[in-house]
Write a new protein. Structure first.
Length: 130
């Protein structure tokens, strides 16, 4: 059995499909208020890649972007609304991909929590000790 070198994923309706080539740079849970509201979720788990390692393999014409903060783009399928990608001038050259959108495992488990202090109080959660 060979070690996978990439993982594919898709939006909820399947119109947009992508492949991310390993290695990822990180996988982490983000508790920031912006991710929370944009995704309608307590937190969002992201897999970060260099942008040239992420390729949209189908449905690129269905991708739309919401500029959620200046020079920060959240890309989503305009047919079903699934948010898939995050790109920001704060992390130049990186594309962060929603881990839940993958159909196949990525190359690492989540390593930590970003913006942990912003976590919702209705999520059972203990601040990681640093
Ligand atoms: Zn879709
Ligand atoms: Zn966030």
């Amino acid at each position: 059995m060979t070690t996978p070198t990439q993982a594919s994923g898709r939006c909820h309706c399947g119109a947009v499909r992508f492949v991310a080539r390993f290695p990822s740079r990180f996988v982490a849970h983000c508790h920031c208020a912006s991710c929370r509201r944009a995704h309608g979720a307590a937190f969002v788990t992201w897999a970060g890649f260099k942008s040239d390692q992420v390729a949209v393999t189908a449905g690129a014409e269905h991708l739309a972007a919401h500029e959620s903060s200046p020079q920060t783009f959240r890309r989503f399928c305009r047919q079903c609304g699934t948010k898939l990608f995050f790109e920001s001038a704060r992390w130049p050259g990186e594309t962060h991909v929603v881990l839940a959108a993958f159909d196949e495992p990525v190359d690492r488990a989540p390593q930590g929590h970003a913006f942990a202090a912003e976590h919702v109080d209705w999520l059972p959660f203990e601040l990681p000790k640093s």
